[in-house]
Design a protein around this ligand. Structure first.
Ligand code: ARG
Ligand code: ZN
Length: 875
């Protein structure tokens, strides 16, 4: 059934203190819980207390020490109801048995690679004990863990350590006390035989925090970069937001079976090990980037998520959008701001815009759901971050900080809502955000069109803006959004132009606030026709079209002071060329425009402003998904693949000498370093190599093969292999085989092999994937392995996934049906690859629909998968 935001109501009772005693043993763990229950004011006598539970075996239940008779309570598969609890504070005592070893859903308490660990967000705690498993119940926790000392010398939970000792029969115990009231989704426990690295951090106010990262023995050295990122995150949150850490310890544990990236449990973050481990031999620069970003993200949740949490799951974006914004800002400050912005926008467009334009579209704050696990989406996370960024853009850095300060002042220790968050900014800045808040409530990507007109006689310049948002499921009518458009006018010599007066709408400095369906701005005192630079820094998550010509775009690429728009200008020119090429069946139609694009790219690489990583980004053409999105309907992925290949080849041919020169000039035999300059140098050098390989010549292939074989770090090795794989070069299969042999012992590196193997744009790929999956040694329950193989095929091999005969689609739906029996979250996530099925040309569309229909008929699906499937077919 469906849950609605409008039905939110506080529970009649709340729990303010939890004491757990957990006996961990192979096969069965026993949880003894003391819940301190308080009736809320106004609760009528006789109101039942209903606790959530899932796959629990109840052994005993008592109130204030007195066992309850059979008629006093009721147990169902999803609840424990106390029929007539006392109307005063009391202690409910339960004992349950659970089986972590059998927990393949990886929600609740489970065992990964010998280590017991938890994942409770959003509704996993009910798989550990009966509870009010919802984010608005905040309680302090005391946890005593008991386990065999040989099996689990390490016993960790939330908060501060509060005692430990030996017991009989080789057992031992540890007590953890978390003084900060928290909802159950932030609960965590880890028990196992783990190695660790230790460090410490002293906060501004002088508190010494003991830091540790735990992992499988022998991998400790791989955690050092994560530790460094953690300390930098702690320092940054103090500098930028005045937020200090609040416990004596901060622990991170890396586990190898995890449904998503990581989890911000209070004082005990649990991570997918792929987001902790980083050494040059096994991690690429992109992996380092991700480790730093996610370590920061989870740490920042300590304030935006843990200290101030969500009232209900509809408010998920309150903590996620805000925390993504914070981690983006951290990365921007630690690395290159323009490069970070471009990367974030690329992700937004390739994932969030696609989601927002299809059957799974929903607002950052949805108002109903069937399965909350399906709402940990790019809309909640990345669009949510864009909404916060727009607030920061409109209020300025100081104004934004004031709003954040007020938000913490008002809501520290509380479970809050989106309305609370926005009110803090409205009140601290004294502005009205009633229209702005619709960014959280309305789904769909606004389409903004801007045209300009210059009148020499009156020296006036006009910008005409319109906005419209297409209907999305359940939201047929859309309203105008508040769209901050950062802009500049650029004169013929490339310098910025001012104006004497502007009328027709709100313009604050270099920001247009566009909040109606249409608007016409008139700038006076403009001596020459300017070229406008619009939506600088990508100041709003919209699709922009303008009346600018390709010449104007190339002018911007050379002269715009905003790096984002310099990059965007070249992307726009390339997209124009590609759309024409797709229409022409995959062939380039306008040689002079290709020439002009190549010249502009050459200039960027040769001199040009911007660091090496920026230059590398300008070299990467729009992705096949970007082009599909620009086309919209009747998409033929093969025509797109060919058009893109043709453009990359033409550019490679024209820039060959330049690319080789730059490639050679950037060679670097100093020891590996994660310093910015070194990372960026690798990025540009590898981008040149990738671009060269697109020429398809034997020399380029040979150069890449030598690069692969001579690589002394994973960044270079993967760059070469990936270029050859995507070019479907003759030696690609042999090198993939070589790579597999080299790294059989390292699961995280094997994921790279799985992922690349699934991306080969070749008709043999599907059979090779099936063979890999059929291998009895393939770890069928590990989410990383499954996602690397099948997730990459469905999301990053558009041509083979969308084979016109439907074989790719059927393979994925059959895989989903199978995995769904063991891990519904992984299954449902893979299925979202079908959100674009209606955009295909008729034959592929029919093939996709038939695969989805057979999944529908294949038997009982989990709620997760049934929900995604239902919406995908309905939308
Ligand atoms: N809160 C975690 C994070 O962003 C993610 C939890 C994901 N949970 C889920 N059910 N998908 O950082
Ligand atoms: Zn998060």
């Amino acid at each position: 059934h469906t849950i609605y935001l409008k039905d939110y109501a506080p529970t009649p009772y709340f729990i303010d203190r939890v004491e757990l005693e957990v006996e961990i043993a192979p096969e069965k763990s026993v949880i003894h819980a003391l819940l301190h229950v308080v009736p809320r004011e106004g609760t009528e006598p006789g109101t039942p207390l209903v606790l959530d539970g899932d796959e629990l075996l109840l052994n005993s239940v008592a109130i204030d020490g007195a066992p309850l008779g059979l008629l006093a309570y009721e147990v169902t598969p999803s609840s424990l109801t106390i029929n007539e609890p006392p109307l005063r504070r009391f202690v409910l005592e339960t004992t349950v048995t659970i089986e972590p070893e059998k927990n393949t859903r990886l929600m609740g308490f489970y065992r990964s690679n010998g280590t017991w660990c938890t994942q409770c967000e959003p509704e996993g705690f009910r798989r550990i004990t009966y509870y009010l498993d919802r984010p608005d119940n905040l309680a302090t926790f005391n946890v005593t863990m008991i386990a065999d000392k040989a099996l689990a010398p390490v016993l960790l939970a939330n908060g501060n350590p509060a005692g430990s000792g030996e017991l009989e029969n080789g057992k031992h115990f540890a007590v953890w006390e978390d003084p900060h009231p928290k909802p159950s989704y932030l609960f965590a426990m880890v028990a196992g035989d783990l190695g660790a690295i230790h460090d410490s951090f002293t906060t501004t106010s002088g508190k010494e925090v003991a830091l540790a990262i735990y992992c499988e023995h022998g991998k400790e050295d791989r955690c050092l970069y994560a530790m460094d990122a953690l300390k930098r995150s702690m320092a940054w949150d103090e500098r930028r937001f005045g937020l200090e850490y609040d416990l004596d310890v901060f622990n991170i544990v890396a586990v190898s079976d995890f449904n998503f990236g990581a989890m911000e449990n209070k004082g005990l973050n649990i991570f997918n090990d792929r987001l902790v481990f980083a050494i040059p031999e096994t991690a690429t620069d992109a992996d380092y980037d991700n480790v730093e970003r996610v370590i920061a993200h989870e740490y920042f949740h300590n304030w935006t998520g843990d200290r101030v949490t969500c009232r209900d799951w509809f408010q998920l974006c309150l903590k996620e959008g805000l925390t993504v914004y914070r981690d983006q800002e951290f990365s921007s400050d630690e690395r290159s701001r323009p490069v970070k912005r471009i990367e974030d926008v690329r992700l937004l467009r390739s994932a969030q815009f696609v989601e927002d334009g299809g059957p799974l579209a929903h607002p950052p704050r949805p108002d109903h759901y069937r399965e909350i696990n399906n709402f940990y989406t790019t809309t909640v996370y990345e669009k949510g971050a864009e909404v916060v960024r727009m607030l920061a853009t409109m209020l300025g850095r100081e104004g934004f900080r004031k709003g954040m300060d007020l938000y913490f002042e008002r809501h520290d220790g509380q479970a809050a809502t989106i309305e609370d968050f926005v009110a803090a900014f409205a009140d601290s800045a004294g502005v009205n955000l009633d229209q702005f808040i619709h960014w959280y409530l309305q789904a769909g990507t606004p389409q903004v069109a801007i045209s300009d007109e210059y009148d020499a006689a009156s020296q006036t310049y006009k910008l005409k803006l319109t906005q419209k948002t297409d209907p999305t499921p359940g939201q047929p009518d859309k309203r105008a959004m508040v769209i901050p458009v950062r802009f500049g006018l650029i004169g013929p010599n490339g310098s910025p132009m001012g104006w004497s007066k502007v009328s027709g709408g709100k313009v604050e400095g270099d920001l247009i606030i566009f909040e109606t369906d249409a608007m016409e701005l008139t700038f006076e005192g403009i001596a020459n026709r300017p070229v406008p630079s619009l939506l600088r820094e990508f100041s709003a998550p919209v699709k922009l079209t303008t009346s600018l010509s390709a010449e104007d775009q190339l002018f911007l690429a050379r002269h715009d002071s905003d790096p984002f728009n310099r990059w965007q200008a070249l992307q726009t020119v390339a997209t124009g060329i590609l759309l024409d090429a797709v229409r022409a069946g995959g062939k380039l139609t306008d040689a002079s425009r290709v020439e002009a694009l190549a010249d502009a790219l050459r200039e960027t690489i040769e001199g040009g402003s911007g660091d090496d990583a920026f230059k590398a980004l300008t070299l990467s053409m729009p992705t096949e998904d970007n082009i599909a999105q620009a086309i919209g309907q009747n998409v033929d992925p093969l025509a797109i693949h060919e058009a893109r290949g043709a453009l990359r080849k033409a550019i490679a041919q024209r820039l060959q000498d330049r690319l080789v020169l730059t490639y050679n000039a950037l060679a670097d035999d100093s020891p590996f370093s994660t310093a910015q300059a070194a990372t960026q140098r690798r990025a540009l050098r590898n981008a040149c190599l990738t671009q060269l390989v697109a020429s398809g010549t034997d020399e380029a292939f040979a150069l890449a093969e030598a690069h692969y074989r001579g690589a002394t770090n994973m960044t270079d090795r993967m760059a070469a292999l990936s270029a050859l794989v995507h070019a479907n070069a003759p030696m690609a299969q042999a090198l993939l085989g070589d790579f597999r042999t080299l790294y059989t012992a390292d699961p995280l590196v094997l994921d790279k092999w799985l992922s690349l193997s699934a991306q080969v744009p070749d008709a043999g790929t599907l059979d090779r994937i099936k063979a890999i999956l059929a291998d009895p040694t393939f770890p069928r329950n590990n989410p990383n392995r499954l996602r690397s193989l099948v997730g990459s095929f469905a999301n990053a091999n558009p041509v083979q996934f969308a084979q016109p005969d439907g074989s790719g689609f059927r393979f994925v739906t059959e895989f989903v049906a199978d995995v769904d029996k063991r891990n519904p979250q992984v299954a449902a996530r893979v299925l979202t690859a079908f959100r674009i099925w209606r955009n295909y040309e008729p034959q592929r569309r029919a093939a996709a629909e038939s695969a989805l229909r057979s999944l529908e008929e294949s038997g009982t699906l989990s709620r997760n998968t049934a929900d995604i499937l239902g919406r995908t077919l309905a939308g």
